[in-house]
Design a protein around this ligand. Structure first.
Ligand code: FPP
Length: 231
């Protein structure tokens, strides 16, 4: 029972760098290497959708130098990986409000998403960028109003989120030991299992992902009901 959709709050890059007496940016750089590994492992073990929280609406409060280097790492990552992603059937979706990004970044992201949109998706990669779940909900409600929808159902709301058409995450993983959701996918994780590891994101390995999945496999998911076998 491999979770179909896994979402990850990649935390601890800064602490990892500080532990090595390096500037925080080096933590993000190492974090990017972890991203590459975890995408390949997730795909090979049969996860179908991987959502990575790369930049939150709150991350603009960080020093400009850190924001700039995070964004350039992300673009570098996408440029380096696009042809591999196309060859191996990975489809990319960006979750978030891109209007705050410089035009060249938006162009680059649109170009890359378009190239991958032709892929038959064997694996979908969502990267949350300038993402905040409350902002996502406000955006969805405004879009519904524009479409004249004044009596939405849960399905209608889901269909206006950035994750429209995708099943909700089965498993949310957070690294670096913090027990917080940090404005991540609030609507979509209503019934997700949550797994927190003390590992910092740059130290998160294939085995750590497998440990999270095996913990998930032990959980009894009742979705608010009861397990009739235990009654
Ligand atoms: C949290 O660590 C991590 C981030 C804010 C950014 C995550 C970005 C990457 C892993 C690199 C590039 C991403 C992709 C998708 C290629 P933190 O800086 O908050 O760590 P701290 O809590 O220890 O300070």
């Amino acid at each position: 029972m491999i979770p179909w959709h896994v979402a990850i709050i990649m935390d601890g890059n800064g602490r990892w760098a500080i532990k090595q007496s390096l500037p925080r940016v080096f933590g993000h750089k190492r974090g990017m290497e972890t991203v590459k590994t975890i995408i390949q492992v997730a795909k090979s073990i049969g996860i179908k959708i991987l959502t990575l929280y790369a930049f939150s609406t709150e991350n603009w409060k960080r020093p400009k130098i850190e924001i700039d280097s995070l964004l350039s790492l992300l673009i570098q990552f996408l440029q380096d990986e696009t042809s591999k992603f196309i060859k191996t059937g990975i489809r990319l979706r960006i979750l978030g409000d891109l209007s705050k990004f410089p035009q060249y970044i938006r162009n680059e992201l649109n170009k890359i998403c378009k190239l991958m949109s032709k892929n038959t998706p064997h694996f979908e990669l969502n990267i949350a960028l300038n993402y905040g779940a409350r902002q996502e909900l406000v955006h969805a409600f405004k879009e519904m109003l524009k479409h004249g929808i004044d009596d939405p159902t849960e399905q209608t709301i889901s269909s206006f989120l950035y994750t429209a058409g995708q099943p909700d995450p089965d498993l949310v993983i957070r690294t670096s030991g913090e027990f917080r959701i940090s404005n991540f996918l609030l609507w979509q994780i209503a019934y997700s299992e949550i797994y927190v590891t003390s590992k910092l994101w740059p130290d998160f390995t294939e085995n750590d992902l497998k440990a999270a999945i095996s913990e998930f496999q032990k959980r009894e998911r009742r979705f608010g009901g009861v397990n009739i076998n235990n009654k």
